[in-house]
Design a protein around this ligand. Structure first.
Ligand SMILES: C[S@@+](CC[C@H](N)C(=O)[O-])C[C@H]1O[C@@H](n2cnc3c(N)ncnc32)[C@H](O)[C@@H]1O
Length: 271
């Protein structure tokens, strides 16, 4: 069994991993990530602490499936010749779900302690590298080759950064990679940050959420060179019909309120 000693933001990866594992074990999975279920079986951790249940787990799987869709679309748009940076990858097996061809170089990036656990759980694969750093470090991007279409994808990461850290990261990515760059991530608004104590990952880990993106277009002002391609409400995005019934009922009742509609969004920018 792989022991886990993670705290705060790092520990939250266990919540999303367990969500995907529960989904994989369901009779009709949304995502069907069997590697997540195998990883959970190999980890020495009391996953009951996540408070996720088979009923609530689809919340995690629906988000992962939506963002997988954007990764596939990017690779299609660039004929499978690209670099993918998966930031705050945690123990997500996205690279195996997407299973990119030989023209893709894929980097999974997370804190060194997290990458150490990844190495113990997941096999190597051609064209795939793991980098153990904080995405807020100033020089790690120098390791990533330039000159090819590049996708930076992050799921469940932006809210753990401060606004300054998030904007600096976006500026560094847009500075390093030129045309053909896409940056895709999910973001919370101010209401989601204010009500963070209701978030299972925050409750379990004691992590603090910081960055809220209330107006996706503002990032275009703050990060030179960025263009907004999509801002999609998670509650009504394609695939949201597979969210847990309770979430769908509450979401349809509260849909008239923009602050609720925009609590969690999928954002896609281009350079
Ligand atoms: C909620 S988990 C999501 C993990 C993964 N994306 C998933 O969906 O399962 C948040 C992840 O962000 C990572 N993270 C938070 N701040 C980070 C930073 N400054 N640098 C690198 N990774 C970070 C954590 O270690 C953790 O793996």
């Amino acid at each position: 069994m792989v022991p886990i000693r993670l705290t705060e933001a790092r520990e939250t990866l266990l919540v999303t991993l367990y969500g995907r594992a529960l989904d994989a074990r369901a009779a009709h999975p949304v995502l069907g990530d069997t590697m997540a279920a195998e990883a959970v079986d190999a980890i020495d951790f009391d996953f009951r602490r996540t408070h996720l249940t088979p009923r609530t787990a689809p919340t995690v799987a629906v988000r992962a499936k939506f963002l997988d869709g954007w990764v596939r679309e990017f690779l299609r748009e660039h004929d499978g010749e690209a670099t993918v940076l998966h930031l705050g990858a945690g123990l997500d097996s996205r690279v195996w779900r997407i299973d990119p061809g030989p023209g893709v170089t894929w980097f999974d990036v997370d804190f060194p302690e997290v990458i150490e656990i990844r190495r113990a759980l997941f096999p190597e694969r051609p064209g795939y590298r793991m980098i153990g750093v904080s995405v807020t470090d100033d020089d790690w991007l120098a390791q990533i080759p330039t000159g090819r279409p590049t996708l930076a994808i992050a799921e469940g990461l932006s809210m753990y950064l401060t606004e300054e850290q998030g904007l600096t990261l976006l500026r560094r990515i847009t500075d390093r990679f030129n045309g053909g760059t896409t940056i895709a991530f999910d973001a919370f608004n101010r209401l989601a940050i204010r009500t963070q104590r209701t978030n299972p990952a925050v409750r379990m880990s004691g992590a603090t959420l910081h960055w809220s993106v209330d107006h996706p277009r503002e990032l275009v002002r703050d990060v030179p060179g960025l263009r907004l391609r999509d801002a999609v409400d998670a509650l009504t995005a394609p695939g949201a019909e597979q969210l847990p019934r309770g979430t769908r009922v509450v979401s349809s009742l509260l849909r008239p309120f923009p602050a609720v509609r925009h609590m969690s969004r999928y954002l896609r920018y281009e350079r």
